[in-house]
Design a protein around this ligand. Structure first.
Ligand code: AHR
Length: 507
């Protein structure tokens, strides 16, 4: 049986748990908005067409921040089309996803939805086909109290109070040749700096995210961040990172993909800090990891979209991945990577919330349910509290083609001094064997097991098992038996290919 030995101590912490680490993302893409969060006429829709069954699930997940409206979609977006009387809103071609955008849902609806979901809205502005002025206009519409053209327009649209949106992304994935209005680092850096400067004149309280690389493997990675930050350093607060992973031909590699995320984050931090040193800047730039997930890119009609081969439709089914137990374990390790880097990754958005590579699925006129990957997300969101622990881990290892030697047991943890609670998030990457994990917890004084749950294949299931319309709770958490604490050590046995949460508390 593989073994891992972890040591945690309240005196060795990384940073407070960043409240915005548990965000998600709603894009005008496929059925993310239409029949996802919004479906007038659905039996569970409220008077504004918001699906209350989906809202209930979102409140259970508890995302702390939700990015909107894209994604690639934002790079051709006219935000003005999505405000005002619905029957006057134009239909447009969304070139990013080869879709008809009806604009029935826009900024006002999103602000209302975010309030109902009890989450912080995070907006992106279009720096693909538009620029400084339009970014200032939407900010004025959203945040200015009144007495000006766009703030009065918002008021005329029935929203007397400003939306008060703090977090703004300066475009999306502008390094990607697929992006409408794609730019070089120098072109984007200049535009982002000037847009940021002007937006801060409209509302100095905002926080701004410059686009970083859309994946670590981008040929421009590193140089892109350097050039963009040289231009924008004083004007922005964050540089973004995006990453999607999928199983190709080696399961061991897929299970280890959090190593890619670790290296990506550490390389962006190194680059941002080098720009800081060179420019003798005092402030530090943090990372907004505002798109991350498992995404089976090879399976989908996204390639037909890119080739211009699909029909123009309203809210088609696009990249509706159905997530398995394996995917949930991987998502657990990605959450661990984000937590371990919580001193510098202070915003993160799992992509996306509903239907489109979603935590949730919903059917038009039908039910909504949690996908397998929603469970680790919800648990870490709910149980990570206080300070992130600097987990010292010595684990048995296994060989992977892509990442070399990798720990079989992946771990992260937090310590909440207020409640006297240690939360441990553990994954066993071993495909066949259970793993014994011993955790040294001596420094915390007496602890007892408060909660222990595991996500793994149950009897009659295998690693490919998913939730679907007919089996909405087939994959979930079940109690993890046999966790013991004695003499300053907790002992946990993780089933093969599993993700677990163990909470220990002072009596
Ligand atoms: O989340 C799906 C897409 O992935 C987003 O629109 C884009 O930003 C990324 O490439």
């Amino acid at each position: 049986m593989p073994r891992a030995r972890l040591t945690v101590d309240p005196d060795f912490t990384i940073a407070p748990v960043p409240p915005r680490l548990f965000g998600t993302f709603v894009e005008h893409m496929g059925r993310g908005v239409y029949t996802g969060i919004y479906e007038p006429g659905h039996p569970k829709a409220d008077a504004d067409g918001l699906r209350t069954d989906v809202l209930d699930l979102v409140r259970e997940l508890g995302p702390t921040v939700v990015r909107y409206p894209g994604g690639n979609f934002v790079s051709g977006y006219y935000w003005e089309d999505g405000v005002g009387p619905k029957d006057e809103r134009p239909r447009r071609l969304d070139r990013a996803w080869r879709t008809i955008e009806t604009n029935e849902f826009g900024l006002g609806e999103f602000a209302r939805w975010a309030k109902a979901a009890d989450t912080e809205p995070m907006m992106a502005v279009n720096l693909g086909t538009r620029g400084v002025q339009e970014a200032c206009d939407i900010l004025e519409y959203a945040n200015h109290p009144g007495g000006t053209k766009f703030s009065d327009l918002r008021r005329a649209h029935g929203n007397a109070d400003p939306f008060d949106i703090k977090l703004w992304c300066l475009g999306n994935e502008m390094d990607g040749p697929w992006q409408v209005g794609h730019k070089t680092a120098a072109e984007y850096g200049r535009l982002a700096a000037e847009t940021a400067r002007a937006m801060r004149l409209v509302d100095p309280r905002i926080e701004l995210v410059a686009c970083g690389s859309s994946k670590y493997a981008m040929p421009t990675f590193g140089e892109w961040e350097r050039v963009v930050l040289e231009e924008t350093y004083d004007q922005v607060d964050y540089i973004s990172a995006h990453a999607y992973y999928q199983e190709h031909d080696d399961l061991g590699d897929f299970l280890a993909c959090a190593r890619d995320m670790d290296t990506f984050i550490e390389s962006v931090v190194a680059t941002a800090d080098a720009v800081r040193a060179r420019g003798k800047h005092r402030k530090r730039i943090d990372i907004s990891f505002d798109e991350w997930n498992v995404w089976y890119q090879s399976r989908h009609r996204a390639s037909a979209i890119a080739k211009g081969e699909s029909e123009w439709e309203v809210a088609p089914r696009v990249i509706e991945d159905e997530y398995s137990i394996t995917d949930a374990v991987v998502v657990g390790t990605l959450l661990n990577s984000l937590l371990r880097h919580g001193d510098r990754v202070t915003v993160a958005c799992q992509a996306q919330l509903v239907n489109v590579i979603g935590l949730l699925r919903s059917e038009p006129g039908g039910p909504a349910w949690k996908q397998a990957i929603a469970h680790p997300f919800e648990q870490v969101r709910r149980r990570a509290a206080g300070e992130i622990l600097d987990v010292r881990a010595r684990s048995d290892r296994y060989e992977t083609p892509r990442f070399g030697d990798v720990d079989l047991v992946d771990a992260a943890g937090t310590w909440d001094a207020e409640t006297g609670t240690v939360a441990l998030f553990l994954a066993n990457r071993d495909q066949a064997e259970a793993a014994t994990v011993e955790v040294g917890v001596r420094g915390f004084g007496e602890l007892r097991v408060q909660h222990a749950a595991v996500l793994a294949a149950a009897e009659g299931q295998d690693r490919h098992t998913t939730n679907d319309d007919g089996h909405q709770d087939r994959v979930g958490l079940r109690p993890l038996d046999g966790v013991e604490v004695a003499d300053g050590q907790a002992t946990v046995t993780l089933p093969p290919l599993s993700w677990a949460v163990v909470q220990l508390a002072r009596p």
